[in-house]
Each structure stands twice: as structure tokens, then as C-alpha cells.
Design a protein around this ligand. Structure first.
Ligand SMILES: Nc1ncnc2c1ncn2[C@@H]1O[C@H](COP(=O)(O)OP(=O)(O)O)[C@@H](O)[C@H]1O
Ligand SMILES: *[C@@H]1O[C@H](CO)[C@@H](O)[C@H](O)[C@H]1NC(C)=O
Ligand SMILES: *[C@@H]1O[C@H](CO)[C@@H](O)[C@H](O)[C@H]1NC(C)=O
Ligand SMILES: [Mg+2]
Length: 311
């Protein structure tokens, strides 16, 4: 009888508790919902499982730690990831979600927007603007500690993202919502040429990859994305007002990084000892430029498919 009652209680409680939690969240403003940040785990994951991206590792762990230490931040944390395909941008963004929320990336407070899915038609920008604004505002009302991920920014119709401007700055007030506790991550390939050029210069000069500094990029990336129609930030007021906390460059990956990607994925499949497959997969990638063959053109993207081919 007791067992039946407790099962019944649990069954009834979950929706009711949900309602109470929502109510509490709406009125309290300090609601932390599912927010269980673990900075140490995030840093560990970043430094152990992301290869060849010292800038992204440093900037992301530094900015997230700084942001979360502040109980009432003056403005939200806004990071913009840039770099070519397969260099770890999506990987790093999911590490963020994984170590900030109890239910990781499936948390109801991690919101992902993909232009080709959510905003496919360029002639409906006006409609999308209204939609995006009400989504973000609604999501922030439910939980101030929300994360918004915008992937494939290069496919975002120009002008759409500017609707977020009031949420990103320090001075605007959005009704009833502490919008300053939110985290925004933009992800795109724009700026990859600038990043590539710097990485190549450094390599050709025989310098260490780790000597490349983040300051080398901030201005250059900002200027490039502002001028590009395929960045999502074309002539964006978000850039004019400097509402992006940091630009995060992802460097092109060398063969030794590709090898590490292959090795780690092999181990996950229980085939740790297959050095022959590591050789074969890394050797099957395309490296650019023609002179030097320094960087994998697809980063680590094609690794799983090629492992299937050679294993
Ligand atoms: N720097 C990296 N370190 C470790 N794994 C990586 C790295 N870059 C890419 N990968 C792996 O390659 C695949 C594609 O990476 P992804 O993060 O989706 O690239 P993108 O930069 O295009 O978003 C993922 O499975 C990821 O684990
Ligand atoms: C929150 O965002 C999602 C998209 O991730 C949207 O579908 C949903 O309607 C939004 N919620 C509110 C309350 O606006
Ligand atoms: C960006 O565009 C402006 C105006 O068209 C131009 O003056 C400037 O040189 C451009 N900058 C870059 C880095 O392309
Ligand atoms: Mg990606």
C-alpha cells in the first residue's frame, strides 16, 4: 500500500513540482533552474579533449569562469566562435552545455538555433525577427540562466541577428527579466581566411603554434565579419556597439592533431592499438596549402567515416 502511494505521489509530483518551479522562476529572478556549473570539469574537458586549440581553451575557460564568479553581471556573456569546418567549434559549445546544466545539452535551458532549420527563407527575415525575439524573451523569462547557441552563422540571413541587440547590451531593460545572466554563443566559419593566414605565417616562420595570441585576431575577425554578407553579422549593430565579449578563433588542424582525433575515436571503439588505422586515416586527409601541406582542409570532420573505411 505504501509503495503504491509513494509511486502515486512521485507520479503526481513531477508535473505539479514543475509548475511550482516555473512559478518560482518567474517571480524570483534568482532562479537557477537546472543550472549546476562545474568550471573545473569544463576546464578539464577542454584541455584534455580538444586538440590544437590553445586560444579557444584559454578564452572559453577564462571568460566563463569570470562571468560565473560575478553574481550580478553587468551584461551577458557573448562569445563568437570562428574557424574552418571540423576544428572543434561545435564540440566546444557542447562542452559548455554539458558542464553548466544538470541535464547537460538536453537541458530545457540550452537553446540551439540552426538557420537552415529555423530561418531557411531569406525573404521572411521580418517574420523571423519577431519569432526569434519572442523566443529569446520567453526563454529568458523561464530561466535567466539560459544558453543560446547559434550555429552556422554564415547561413543566417543578414539583419536577423540584430533583433537580439537589446538583450546583449548593458543598459537596456527587458521587462521582468534579468537578461544579463544569459550566455550567447555564435558559431560560424567566417573569418577562417584571416585565421588561416596567421596560422600559416606562424608556421612558415618556424614559430610555435602556441605563440599565436588571441589579440592577433580580435580586430581582424571583427572587421571581416562586419564586412561579409555571409557571416550573419553583415553591418550588424551588435558589432558597431561592440556587444561581443570575445571572438574565439579556432586554428586549422595539422596532421598530428588529426592523428589524435583518430586515436581517441579508435580507443572509444575499443581498438586502441591500431596504429595502422591512425596512419591510414591521417594519410587519407587533404592538406593545404599545396606548398607545405600544413593543415587538414576538413579538420577532424571526416575521421569517423574514414575509420569505418580502414578498420
Ligand atoms: N580540435 C579538436 N579536438 C578534438 N576533436 C575534434 C577537434 N575538432 C574536431 N574534432 C572532432 O571532429 C568532429 C567535428 O568537429 P566539430 O566540433 O563538429 O567541428 P566544427 O568546427 O565544424 O563545428 C567532432 O566529432 C569532434 O569531436
Ligand atoms: C524557447 O525557445 C525555443 C527554441 O529553442 C522555442 O521553441 C520556445 O517556444 C521558446 N519558449 C518560449 C517560452 O518562448
Ligand atoms: C570594410 O568595408 C569598409 C567599407 O566598405 C572598407 O572601407 C574597409 O576597408 C573594409 N575592411 C575590410 C577589412 O575589408
Ligand atoms: Mg559545427
Amino acid at each position: 500500500m505504501l509503495a503504491v502511494l509513494s509511486v502515486l505521489f512521485l507520479y503526481l509530483c513531477s508535473p505539479v513540482c514543475g509548475v511550482f518551479q516555473k512559478l518560482y522562476c518567474t517571480i524570483s529572478d534568482s532562479c537557477d533552474c537546472d543550472f549546476k556549473p562545474n568550471i573545473k570539469d569544463l576546464e578539464w574537458d577542454l584541455y584534455k579533449n580538444v586538440y590544437g586549440q590553445h586560444l579557444a581553451q584559454d578564452i572559453v575557460s577564462e571568460e566563463v569562469a569570470r562571468f560565473l564568479q560575478n553574481k550580478s553581471p553587468e551584461r551577458p556573456l557573448v562569445l563568437s566562435f570562428h574557424g574552418s569546418s571540423g576544428t572543434g567549434k561545435t564540440l566546444v559549445s557542447s562542452m559548455l552545455g554539458n558542464h553548466l546544466y544538470g541535464s547537460a545539452m538536453s537541458s530545457p535551458y540550452v537553446h540551439q538555433f540552426v538557420p537552415t532549420l529555423h530561418f531557411p527563407l531569406p525573404d521572411r527575415v521580418q517574420e523571423y525577427r519577431e519569432e526569434l525575439k519572442s523566443w529569446v524573451q520567453g526563454n529568458l523569462t523561464e530561466c535567466a540562466r539560459s544558453v543560446f547557441l547559434f550555429d552556422e552563422m554564415e547561413k543566417m540571413p543578414p539583419g536577423l541577428i540584430d533583433v537580439l541587440e537589446p538583450f546583449l547590451g548593458p543598459s537596456h531593460v527587458v521587462f521582468r527579466t534579468n537578461y544579463r545572466k544569459a550566455i550567447y554563443i555564435f558559431i560560424g566559419t567566417s573569418g577562417e581566411e584571416v585565421i588561416h593566414r596567421k596560422a600559416l605565417e606562424s608556421r612558415q616562420a618556424g614559430r610555435d603554434r602556441e605563440e599565436i595570441t588571441a589579440e592577433d585576431f580580435q580586430e581582424a575577425i571583427a572587421r571581416t565579419v562586419y564586412n561579409s554578407t555571409a557571416s550573419g553579422f553583415f553591418q550588424s549593430s551588435i558589432l558597431r556597439q561592440q556587444l561581443i565579449t570575445r571572438f574565439v578563433p579556432f586554428l586549422p588542424l595539422s596532421r598530428r592533431h588529426v592523428e589524435r582525433c583518430v586515436r581517441s575515436q579508435l580507443c572509444q571503439r575499443g581498438s586502441c592499438g591500431r596504429g595502422d588505422v591512425v596512419e591510414a586515416v591521417a594519410g587519407d586527409m587533404t592538406y593545404a596549402p599545396v606548398q607545405g601541406h600544413y593543415f587538414s582542409t576538413t579538420g577532424c570532420k571526416a575521421v569517423p567515416a574514414k575509420i569505418n573505411l580502414f578498420l
